[in-house]
Design a protein around this ligand. Sequence first.
Ligand SMILES: CC(C)(COP(=O)(O)OP(=O)(O)OC[C@H]1O[C@@H](n2cnc3c(N)ncnc32)[C@H](O)[C@@H]1OP(=O)(O)O)[C@@H](O)C(=O)NCCC(=O)NCCS
Length: 254
Amino acid sequence: MARKRSPRKTTAASEPTVAPRRAGRGAQPGQASQASQASQASQASQASQASQSRKKKPQQPLITVRHMARRDINRVWDFLKISFREVNAETVEYQRPRSKLRFEEVYEEEGIEQLLFEVEGDIVAYAECSYEVIGSDNWINPRYFEKRDMRPLFVDELAVHPEMHGRGVGSFVLEQLHHLARVHGLNHLVLEVAENNERALDWYKKRSFKKLDAAIFMACAVVTEPELLPPRELPPAREAPPPDEPNESEPSGE
Ligand SMILES: CC(C)(COP(=O)(O)OP(=O)(O)OC[C@H]1O[C@@H](n2cnc3c(N)ncnc32)[C@H](O)[C@@H]1OP(=O)(O)O)[C@@H](O)C(=O)NCCC(=O)NCCS
């Protein structure tokens, strides 16, 4: 099974280009078979309409996906700061993205895919995933998955530009990640999401993600005391003792 990412130097958008989903979805397979029972005249008219619409240019701009290139690092970094601003403000987890330096290091690492989704040259989404557990500071225990015959694609980041939420961009990103998993022979997508990132949590649950036996952050209140004692009144200086007088009872040493 190929578990390493493809070479980094990809510049052309050789990946699929997919039009954004529209509110009105296409006919379902069952409906298509019903249509086949309609009259021939109606079929001919439908076929002619379909062929006309196939020739039409798409009404909406296209979303394209490609591998991130080194020249994108600064733009993607800015994009991520905007995309996670709201989430970071509320979560106890480490802040995403961690640091510019870490982000640059990730680019150099083997086994990590960084995908950019663009509309007319603007970044609308970013996804980062890895084919194996990477880094010694990782929270993941690979044996958990091995024991359960799970071969995960680890989704390290998934973000859509705030101005593009609710337009099917995230769904397209997820579809691409499922596709990557399938072509690499991986049978699960695994990711970490903060419990109070409710929008994302609901979004994942709706898309068949289930909670794993992973760590949850816990806290209990402690009655606090300051580490340093409070100021206190300075005691007055003692009066100087009278000068020593010779003590007759003591041996003189002679
Ligand atoms: C969670 C997140 C990725 C979702 O992305 P998104 O692009 O808003 O997702 P979608 O547009 O595909 O889906 C959102 C909803 O819009 C609906 N939708 C899809 N296409 C639509 C369209 N063309 N027009 C209107 N609504 C549409 C979907 O039905 C979906 O609703 P549902 O969840 O009730 O099914 C996005 O909110 C995000 O990036 N959040 C910040 C970063 C984050 O939290 N990432 C996850 C942490 S790991």
